[in-house]
Every structure is written in C-alpha cells, then in structure tokens.
Design a protein around this ligand. Structure first.
Ligand code: K7E
Ligand code: CUA
Length: 693
C-alpha cells in the first residue's frame, strides 16, 4: 500500500514537473524514470505522425496480418499478462546443469529470476564478491576441490500438513551429491550441504509433511569402505569389479533434518539408510494414509557395472535385463524412532542405519515394479503411488493400504540378495493403465485426473484415477501431442493433498523447429497447456536457454510472502542485523593488526549516487574487509559494487549489509563503481581502491 501511494506521488510530481521544484536528491531518485518515460512518449508520437500504414484496428485484422488462427488468439488471451497484473501461479523450475533455479510466472511464462544456487552468478554477486555468498558455496564443497556448478533436478517447497507453505525451497545437485536451502523471503540460497557417504543424488528433494526432514536418495551407487562402511570423497577406493560392486558399493536414502527456525539442514539430527547398489531414482514421501512412508523407484537390480572393452554388454543393456526392479518402501517414522532410541552408527558425520539392521528392524521393503521404471508420484489423497514403466507402456498404481497390509501380513514372494523382503506384486497393485510409449512422470489436478508424460510418443496422456476419485477410473481419456521429448511435467501444487489444476507445463528436452535456429545447441521447450476444460489446449511455447530443467514445482502466488526491501542493515544469511552495518555518517577506514597480520577494515555506505568513502586505501599485503551497507529503503534500489581487475562484483539490495574480503596482493589504483544503473548519475557512483606499495 505504502508503495502504491509512493508511486502515485511520484507520478504526480512527474506530471506537473514544470511547476514543481525537485530537490537534488529527488531529481536523482525520480528524474531517471521521468526522462525515460518522456523519450518513449516522443518516439511513439513520431511514429504515429510519420505516414506509416495505420495500425490494424480489430482483432480480425491483427490476426490476419500476423497469420494467427483463432486458437492462437484464444491462447494469447489466456496467457497475456500486462505489466502490473500478476500471474496466478509461480513455477520454480530446476535449471538443470546450469546449477540454478528458474522462477517463472504461470500462465504468462515470463522468467522473473534465476536464483543462483550451485553456480556463481555475477549479477547477484553470488560467489563473486560477498563473503557471505562464498561461505554458502563453500558449505557444499566435497573436501577435495571447490565445485562451481551443479546439476539441479528436483525442486521442493516446504510443507505444513503436506501442503506447500511457500516459505522454503530445496533442490538437489545430482552430480555432486548435494542439497540446497533457498529462502522464499528473499529468493536467495542460504545453505548447501554435501550428503555424506554419497556421490550422486537424484531422487528428492521431497519434504516430509511438516518439513521435519527433506528426503533425498543416491543415484549411481557409491563405493563404500569395506571395513568401516561409508564414503569419503577422494579417499575411499574400491576396485571396480562385479563382485566388489555387489559387496561394497551402496546407495543411500537420507533424511536431512531441517531446522525451520534457522532455515538450515542439521546433519547432527539427520539420518541415512544404507541401500543395495540398485540405482535409486525418484523419491516421494507420503501423507494421509501414506504418512510415515517414503518411496523411491530403482533400476539396475541387475547390478551391471559395464565393461564393454572386456566384452560385457554396455550399461544401457546390462541395466535393462530384468522384468522387474524394486520400488523401495521406507518406514521413515519408524526409522526416526529407532534412531532416537540410539539405533544406527555415526559414519562420516551422519547417523547411518546399516542395511542389515534396517531389514531386521522392518524399516525397508521392496515391491516389484515393471521394466526399468521412472517416476514415483503420490495421488492427492495420499492413497496411491504411481510408477511408470519407461520400457513398458504402463503406469503401475500401487495401493498404500495394500502395501501396509502386505507388510503386516508378511505377504512376501522372496527376499532380494541383501535380505530385503519383496512384497507380492499382485497383493499390492491396484491398477495398471496403458498410457503410451515411454511413460515417465505423473501429476494430478483437482478433478480426479492424472497426467503422464510420454517421452517416446511425444505426448501427455490424461487419465482418470479410479475410486475414490472416479467410479469409472483407471483409463486414458485424452492425449495431447507435445514438442518434443517430454521429461517431467508440472501442474500447480501436484504431489500435495490439494492440486489446483488449470494448467500443466510440459518440460520438453527438444524443441527442434519450434524456435529460430540459434546454433546447434537448441533451447529446451516449456509448453503451457490449459487443462481446465474438457479438452486440453496448448497455449504457449517458452524457450529455456540455460541448462536442462528437469522438474518444476508450481505454487499459488498468494502463498508466497517475499520481502520487498530488507530491514535496515540486514545480513540476508540470517535475516538478523549485520554486526558491521552502519548508518550514513558512520563511514570510516580502520587499519589494525590481527594475529600478526595487517587488516584494513572499511565501513562503507551505498546510496544513489554515492559510494562513501570514495577513496578506499590499504597497503599491499593487507587483508581488506569492506563492509557495505545499502542505506536505501526504496523498493528496487539495488546497488552493485565492483572492483576492477580483482574479480569482484557484489549486489547490495536495499537494506542489505555484506562483506567483501580479499588480500590486497597487488599494488595499484583500481576503479570501483556501482554495476546497477541506479540513477541519472549512476556513472558517477564510483571511487578508487588504492593499494599502496
Ligand atoms: Cu525424470 Cu532427474 Cu526427475 Cu530428468 S528426472 S526428466
Ligand atoms: Cu548505484 Cu549505480
């Protein structure tokens, strides 16, 4: 409200600029916008008066001129969102191997932000300046070397009673076995942790119903120490043979404890379950009737390790021999209780329940699932788990009640080679739906429909859930072609008790001819589909030009409560007052000794269009710490802060305080300037770093 009032006030000022005298500060604050507005206005009137062909007057004329069909026009009307009007939903999409998260509006499909997570990002100063951000990035190092990218797959939003609450976002890095915490107060990454004893992680992040834990599973099995168990990057070595793979390689199902107050994972309260070296895949954690259960599908129960040069089948074939792999069922609440009573042992910083123990305590069961499955999705009531065939044209629907009963009544068909009981397939299956070729992932709407992506068929199948959702369910009702090679799909608040329906986004790997050629590396293609009516309708193609997004979570916009500016002097890492925050007039430079080393500390402020102090002096060899406070309180008044030739750029949002720390290893006089065009005198927002020899 206050903002709106301000905006109105500003407009008034601008409108009667002729009569109103602006102070210098006001001119610098508002003048830029006024000048830009004036220039645009002038441009338009010039075009209008230049004798150009008259603009088409009606829808019909515009459609004809642009070669649009009526369906195109309807699609445009359904997605077009003028500036100042907001989207109904926000989509958090993984940025794939860009290591970032994309924030996109639905239905406008406008990209609002790229949240820097595992990869340094200069605009946000992430990993390029502020010490605080370096600390976040360092948190996930594996102890061998700095990691400057990630492969993000599955974003997850924090939950309350299994519903998305819009407070926190989690995402995994498949390549390096890490998980990150992002605050949805400021859309910034707060923590990265390496999952212990695990090299790569794929399934998850998936939160327990009240975000007590975030579940995450390994993908490719990790070599474990033959004696002590566990894995230390760069240390644990096991010769890769088929025998050793079976004996010493392991998967993990990890429950990262989340401390909601601090907004951090806490490894000391987390626990992990050792798994056989089947390649674990997608994760889901239940609610309602499935509360206390966690799932993941798997492939490579064949335990293939490759070795084509020695005449072995390639992995792709070796991993696809068996008719059935195993859906893993983990009784996580029982496991939590077991750990609380002192069960398990601490291995490399996390409490681990060894596989034998987990079997003995009845914490893990397997369910046969056909043909190298993918996807693991829970229906809105928490009553069924849907797994796709990948090499089989069916989605298999398991009943949670039946799984629980089979466990209780010990309806096992056998034990796997590691002693894990395997439930009888026929005892737990509710339905199998033939959806088409290459089924991968399934999402749900509010009308009792499920949607499964079909990678090979290039389509999305819409099918009816059975009872209690529909009396005449478990059958496909419609298919819509997509362009092309769909992996995940996303509907608003699917995989929660109350999906919102309306839209579906198909996250396609290939775009082929859908966009102009921009070289042989094509953008990915997000396709927005209207699912509100009887027939699905394709509305929009959105190119994604960085990395390969896998999954996305979509949330109603009103569930998000982001800050517009930080309270004065905030450290965004903690949302607490930064100990080095200052106000205008308190700027100073202090030089002192710390443990025998010279340190120059500079307390500086940023405001349109001044960096104070504008000459920052230190001596060569000093550790230099610059405490920067953006003393603005206006929405959007961000300042950058770069130092030439020092590989430093920070971004200070209004109210933020941050630290730049470096060793002044080279003497010289280096330009400092603000990297955000913040006012008409932005170019004057500059200064010098003087490193005296
Ligand atoms: Cu199917 Cu990583 Cu979820 Cu890609 S995964 S598509
Ligand atoms: Cu501050 Cu440009």
């Amino acid at each position: 409200m206050a903002e709106e009032k301000n905006a109105k006030k500003n407009n008034k000022r601008n409108n009667k600029n002729g009569e109103t005298k602006l102070t210098r500060r006001e001119f610098l604050s508002f003048g830029g916008g006024f000048i830009a507005g004036f220039a645009v206005g002038a441009g338009i009137s010039r075009l209008g008066g230049g004798g150009a062909p008259a603009a088409p007057a009606s829808f019909a004329e515009i459609m004809e001129q642009r070669g649009l069909t009526q369906q195109d026009a309807i699609a445009a009307l359904k997605t077009y969102t003028p500036g100042g009007k907001y989207d109904e939903f926000i989509m958090f999409a993984s940025g794939g191997h860009s290591g970032q998260v994309l924030v996109i509006g639905v239905p406008s499909m406008r990209l609002y932000k790229v949240i820097a997570v595992f990869t340094p990002e200069p605009w946000q100063g992430y990993g390029y300046g502020l010490k605080e951000t370096h600390e976040v990035l360092k948190g996930g190092y594996n102890g061998i070397r700095p990691l400057s990218w990630g492969d993000t797959h599955h974003p997850e939003i924090s939950r309350t009673n299994a519903e998305f609450d819009g407070e926190w976002l989690f995402i995994n890095d498949k390549a390096n076995g890490r998980a990150a915490v992002i605050s949805l107060k400021d859309f910034e990454t707060k923590q990265i942790v390496k999952v212990p004893n695990t090299q790569t992680v794929h399934g998850g992040c998936f939160a327990t119903p009240n975000t007590e834990y975030v579940a995450i599973v390994s993908q490719y099995a990790t070599p474990w120490d033959p004696e002590k168990g566990g894995y230390i990057p760069g240390e644990t070595y096991v010769e890769l043979t088929e025998e050793n793979y079976k004996k010493y390689f392991r998967g993990t199902y990890t429950f990262l404890a989340f401390d909601r107050k601090r907004g951090r994972f806490d490894l000391s309260k987390s626990f992990q379950i050792e798994l056989p070296p089947y390649t674990q895949d997608l994760v889901a954690v239940g609610w309602g009737p499935s509360d206390g259960l966690a799932f993941c599908n798997s492939f490579n129960t064949e335990l293939a390790v490759g070795g084509v040069l020695k005449g072995k089948p390639p992995l792709e074939i070796g991993m696809s021999q068996n008719d059935f792999d195993y859906l893993h069922v983990i009784l996580w609440k029982k496991a939590e209780q077991y750990v609380k009573e002192g069960g398990g042992e601490v291995i490399n910083g996390i409490r681990v329940i060894r596989l034998k123990e987990a079997v003995k305590e009845g914490l893990i069961y397997f369910v046969p699932e056909p043909k190298s499955p993918h996807g693991c999705d829970i229906t809105p009531n928490g009553d069924y788990v849907c797994v796709s065939g990948k090499l089989d044209p069916v989605v298999t629907v398991y009943s949670v009640e039946k799984i629980k009963r089979a466990i209780e009544e010990k309806k096992f068909e056998k034990k796997d080679p590691y002693g894990v009981p395997v439930l009888k397939f026929d005892e737990v299956v509710e339905a199998q739906i033939e959806v088409g070729l290459g089924p991968l992932h399934t999402e749900f709407d509010d009308k009792g429909y499920a949607y499964t992506s079909l990678f090979i068929d290039n389509a999305v199948a819409r099918w009816k859930l059975g009872p209690p959702y529909n009396e005449d369910g478990w059958k496909v009702v419609e298919r819509i072609p997509i362009n092309y090679n769909v992996g995940h799909l996303a509907t608003p608040e699917s995989n929660s008790p109350t999906p919102k329906g309306k839209y579906l986004v198909s996250l396609n790997k290939w775009s082929i001819e859908r966009f102009p050629l921009v070289g042989p590396l094509h953008p990915q293609n997000f396709q927005l589909i209207d699912i509100s009516g009887e027939r699905m309708q394709l509305l929009y193609d959105m190119p994604i030009g960085l990395g390969e997004p896998h999954y996305a979570k979509i949330i109603s916009i009103e569930k998000l409560k982001p800050l517009d500016v930080y309270p004065a002097g905030t450290d965004p890492l903690t949302f607490q007052p930064h100990p080095k925050a200052i106000q205008q007039g308190q700027e100073r430079i202090e030089r002192k000794q710390e443990n025998g080393k010279w340190v120059t500390e500079i307390y500086a402020t940023l405001i349109r269009s001044t960096i104070t102090p504008d000459i920052m002096k230190a001596k060569v060899g000093d550790i230099v710490r610059i405490y920067l406070t953006n003393v603005e309180y206006t929405r959007d008044a961000t300042h950058g802060f770069c130092i030439a030739e020092y590989n430093i750029n920070a971004s200070l949002e209004p109210g933020e305080t941050g630290t730049i720390e470096f060793v002044a290893d080279k003497p010289g006089v280096y330009a400092i300037y603000c990297t955000e065009f913040c006012s008409p005198l932005h170019l004057e927002m500059a200064g010098w770093l003087v490193i005296e020899p």
